[in-house]
Design a protein around this ligand. Structure first.
Ligand code: 13P
Ligand code: SF4
Length: 328
């Protein structure tokens, strides 16, 4: 989206997008920050890319481009504006910077990390390569640029099956999410060597959570993120990335649905589908939740924190991402 497309903002009219999930009195409290952010975006030639786990006032109130990790990476390639504010976590901002080296990329709070990204180093990859010579390294995008640079190709939860199949090999090293790796191995039949990383949000769900949801809500459709342990995925009706879950809801219209993932995902979909019942067994991601309206406003006012990627790792890291984006 170009900045010229960001027209003057009407806070009362914008309430329509969130009226089913945010009380009107609460929406009024967001007016000052949202109006300031809309003005700053125009003044600063900025767009906001927001992950599906943003809270509704961010997701529906100020974001220009919304989606899962894969969509945000793809969309980052087509941004016209000079500044990208990444309402998400650090690895997403790094990915946007790698794909847009000439643009300014801001992350509202530098502490927005990810337990997966923190679980692995390039040395871990070197050790795995030594133990499994010849096996390609498929790295989840939830990693640092340094780790991507030591990899052959990236994947997201939205394209992991296609990426593994595109390699045409019997064995891969897939890091750092042990659960995603096991879930994808089950779907592809490829031998997958992995690393003991896990998402601190999705690893907390258990099969019993799903059993209890079904007992309390007969007929409910259960959708799980593939970062959940395999025994949780086995209890669900469908597993997929946050964008896959959205597509499922939009095409299948389940009357009652439980999303086994981060809390805001249900809120954002419920805002758009007031006719459906959302059961909300959610866990919060503390890193995603650092992207408050206040933090986004301050980032635009101060021009920071700005994300940069070390030039020594930028080129190989970009190569691993671009190789992923080339697989359709
Ligand atoms: P998606 O790619 O499915 O949006 O997942 C990103 C993420 O961080 C999930 O925890
Ligand atoms: Fe990382 Fe999990 Fe948070 Fe996603 S939800 S950013 S994988 S900790």
């Amino acid at each position: 989206m170009s900045v010229s497309e960001l027209s003057a903002y009407d806070h009362a009219a914008a309430y329509d997008a969130v009226r089913h999930v945010i009380p009107e009195i609460e929406w009024a409290m967001y007016a000052e920050d949202i109006e300031a952010i809309q003005r700053l975006k125009r003044e600063q030639d900025a767009v906001i890319l927001a992950h599906n786990y943003m809270t509704p006032e961010v997701f529906h109130g100020v974001a220009d481009i919304r989606g899962d990790s894969l969509a945000l990476a793809r969309e980052a390639q087509h941004v016209d504006a000079g500044t990208i504010v990444l309402a998400g976590v650090h690895f997403m901002a790094e990915t946007a910077k790698l794909l847009n080296p000439a643009k300014r990329v801001l992350l509202p709070d530098l502490r927005s990390g990810c337990s997966l990204a923190e679980s692995i180093t390039p040395q871990d990859i070197a050790a795995l390569r030594a133990q499994h010579p010849g096996a390609p390294v498929v790295t989840y995008v939830n990693t640092s640029a340094t780790v991507k640079a030591a990899s052959d190709i990236c994947c997201t939860s939205g394209n992991a099956v296609q990426i593994i199949r595109s390699l045409g090999v019997d064995k891969v090293i897939m890091i750092p999410d042990q659960y995603l790796a096991r879930n994808i191995a089950a779907l592809t039949g490829v031998e997958v060597v992995t690393h003991p990383g896990a998402c601190e949000v999705h690893e907390r769900f258990t099969p019993l959570d799903i059993v209890q949801i079904r007992e309390g809500h007969p007929g409910v459709t259960v959708l799980a993120h593939p970062e959940c342990p395999p025994d949780v995925v086995a209890e669900a009706d469908f597993a997929g990335s946050t964008a896959d879950m959205q597509r499922y809801v939009e095409t299948e219209h389940p009357v009652s649905v439980a999303l086994i993932t981060e809390c805001s995902m249900s809120d954002n979909l419920a805002a758009q589908h007031p006719d459906l019942e959302f059961v909300r067994p959610c866990n919060l991601c503390p890193h995603m939740k650092r992207n408050t309206l206040g933090a986004i406003r301050t980032a635009l006012e101060t021009g920071g924190p700005e994300i940069d990627v070390d030039s020594a790792v930028a080129e190989p890291a970009r190569h691993a991402i671009e190789r992923m984006l080339a697989v359709r």
